[in-house]
Every structure is written in structure tokens, then in C-alpha cells.
Design a protein around this ligand. Structure first.
Ligand code: PEP
Ligand code: MN
Length: 342
């Protein structure tokens, strides 16, 4: 980080700024030019409040050279993080470092027959994990809110029957006692910046699937991951699920460039959710393949056995048959990429 000072800064203020920086455990490299004095801060600047320094009377500008996240930063952890889903299920599914996973299932668990049938079918097609919402964050309080605890029980039954690890969303830490046997805890887009919850999830060791907020930057996503990682939980999977733009033809705009950008700056696995990104079942296959080609470590896809009757997100859910075809195309693309050394 560099701090550019205004001309002729008051000595007293400059000395107290330097003292404050040193108290944060940082060294200072001073370079005095004819027009300006620049302070170069050396050390871990992730603890420094850039806005606070920028607001000081003697400061002209502050610039970060290093990213404000450390645990999520590839500079400090060059190897890809690999996350296994095996702790509770014994499943071989892994994500990151060349391991690819398909997470599939309905937006919401609706009934025993529904989740059992979908679980069996997506497993046959090669899914590595089953998704299904039990606690649902809905825009309208009048919409179906999920089966809650009963939904988690049904997911656990489906896991027992198929061996697939389960992924389901937590909306509040008061629900945590329902998640003891859940393999991967999802933090939804709307909760990406629920910092108190992220801190609590940092105290567990369970894999956390952290979805990007629809109005959040990539850096903000990485800072949210940092909350979980710095709390002591290294198992964070990032998920690009589309962001809000001026475009209305799709529910969100899938930011595929997030994949290479995150991979450059972070070692964490990145998966893509083309269902919430596009909002239309017909666009899901093409965007899934594009995500694979762009280097995603996995996909999370909404699959429903009867999309037109789904209680939530039916319009963007593909059928188990369409998922089967998609899984084959994903395999073809991945094989081609491997042969091309990508
Ligand atoms: C979901 O995965 O069902 C969901 C609600 O997604 P998001 O948080 O990305 O909107
Ligand atoms: Mn959904």
C-alpha cells in the first residue's frame, strides 16, 4: 500500500500517522520527492482501513498494491485448494485442482417421491452431489418458503438411498442444528455479506458453498470467503450465479469472466450455477458448457422431474433427461480440454 501525502504535511500529524502505522506491525519506506512525499507500507496491509487513512488531512491519496484478502489469496497459497465431500458420506466427490463436480437437484425439496426420484436420476447421470433447498430465501413472503427441517430429513433419506452428499442452504445460524449431517452448507447470494453468519461458519470445518451476491464484485466475494477462511475453515467453494446488469432477457447476467479472474487471484475452487444466472431452462446447457470451457471446477444445476409443477424456479429447471444429455456433453468438452492440455 502506498500513501501519497499532500505538500508540506504538518510534522505532528505525519509523526502520529507513522506511529499508528508502526503500531499495526508494518514498516514504512519513505520517499521524498520534490512535489510529494510517499509512504510505502511494508507487511500485511490487510488490516489497514484504507478509507480512514484517505480521510486524513495530510493525505492526498492511498493506493492498495496488494489485495485486502490474505487467506483466499493465491500469492500466499499457490496450489489450488481441493475440497472433498467425503467427511460424512464417504463420497469420492471432490472439487478444485482438476477435480470437477456436478451438483444437481431441485430448487426446493417438495416431497419424498420428488426428491427420491430426482436423486436417483441425477446420480445415474453422474452427479457428484445432490442439491435441494429446505430453507428458501424467497422475494415474496407469500411464496413457498421451503419444507424446512422436514426438507433436510428428506435430503438425508435421499443421501442414504443414493450415497450422494447433500448441499443445502442455511439462512440463519439459528438453523445450524439441522445441518449436522449436511455435507455442504450453501450460503445464498442474498446472504453473501451476512458477516456474522460467515464468522460462525468459519468455526466449523464443513465445506461452505458461497454464492456471489447479485450486486457484489469479485473482490467482495473474496472478502466474504476471507471471513470464513480467517475463522479457521479452509473449505470454501465459490459460486458464480449471475449478477444484475441492464439486461432483462435473462434473470441475471452470467459473469463467466469471474472464473479466470478468481482463479488468477485465489486458490479456491469456483463453480458456476447457470440456472439462477439465466433463469431459463433452455439456456442452461449452453451456459454450462461455456462455464466448463472457461475453467469452472464444477456446475450446480437445478433439475426437476416436473418443472411446470415445481413450487420454486420451475422455469429454469431442466428435466433429468436434459441433465443426462448435458452431463454427456460436459464430459465430451472436458475430455477435449484434457487432450488439448487445458
Ligand atoms: C438457490 O441456489 O436455490 C438460490 C436461492 O440461489 P441464489 O442464492 O444464488 O439466488
Ligand atoms: Mn432456485
Amino acid at each position: 500500500m502506498i500513501i501519497i501525502l499532500k505538500q508540506n504535511p504538518a510534522t505532528k500529524q505525519l509523526e502520529s500517522l507513522k506511529e499508528w502505522i508502526r503500531q499495526m506491525g508494518l514498516d514504512i519506506h519513505v520517499s521524498e520527492g520534490t512535489h510529494a512525499t510517499i509512504l510505502g507500507l511494508v507487511g500485511d496491509t490487510s488490516v489497514v482501513d484504507i478509507d480512514l487513512i484517505g480521510a486524513m488531512e495530510i493525505v492526498d491519496k492511498v493506493q492498495r498494491i496488494q489485495e485486502p484478502y490474505k487467506a483466499a489469496n493465491r500469492k500466499f497459497h499457490p496450489d489450488d485448494t481441493i475440497i472433498s465431500f467425503d467427511a460424512l458420506s464417504g463420497s469420492p466427490a471432490k472439487v478444485g485442482g482438476g477435480n470437477f463436480v456436478m451438483i444437481a437437484g431441485p430448487c426446493s425439496v417438495e416431497s419424498r417421491p420428488q426428491i427420491m426420484e430426482i436423486a436417483e436420476k441425477v446420480k445415474e447421470s453422474g452427479a457428484g452431489a445432490l442439491r435441494g433447498g429446505a430453507f428458501k430465501p424467497r422475494t415474496s413472503p407469500y411464496a413457498f418458503q421451503g419444507m424446512e427441517a422436514e426438507g433436510i430429513k428428506l435430503l438425508l433419506e435421499a443421501k442414504k438411498q443414493t450415497g450422494l452428499p447433500i448441499v443445502t442452504e442455511i439462512m440463519d445460524m439459528s438453523q445450524m442444528h439441522h445441518f449436522d449431517d449436511v455435507d455442504v452448507i450453501q450460503v445464498g447470494a442474498r446472504n453473501m455479506q451476512n458477516f456474522l453468519m460467515l464468522k460462525e461458519l468459519g468455526k466449523t470445518k464443513k465445506p461452505i458453498l458461497l454464492k456471489r451476491g447479485f450486486s457484489s464484485t469479485i473482490q467482495e466475494l473474496l472478502m466474504s470467503a476471507e471471513y470464513i477462511l480467517s475463522g479457521g475453515n479452509p473449505n470454501v467453494i465459490l459460486c458464480e450465479r449471475g449478477i444484475r446488469t441492464i439486461e432483462t432477457a435473462t434473470r441475471n447476467t452470467l459473469d463467466l469472466s469471474a472464473i479466470p479472474v478468481i482463479k488468477e487471484h485465489s486458490h479456491l475452487p469456483v463453480i458456476v450455477d447457470p440456472s439462477h444466472a439465466t433463469g431459463h431452462a433452455k439456456y442452461v446447457p449452453s451456459m454450462s458448457l461455456a462455464a466448463v470451457a472457461a475453467g469452472a471446477d464444477g456446475l450446480m444445476i437445478e433439475v426437476h422431474n416436473n418443472p411446470s409443477m415445481a413450487l420454486c424456479d420451475g422455469q429454469q429447471s431442466i428435466t433429468p433427461e436434459a441433465f443426462d444429455r448435458l452431463a454427456k456433453s460436459v464430459h465430451t468438452i472436458r475430455t477435449g480440454m484434457e487432450q488439448a492440455g487445458r
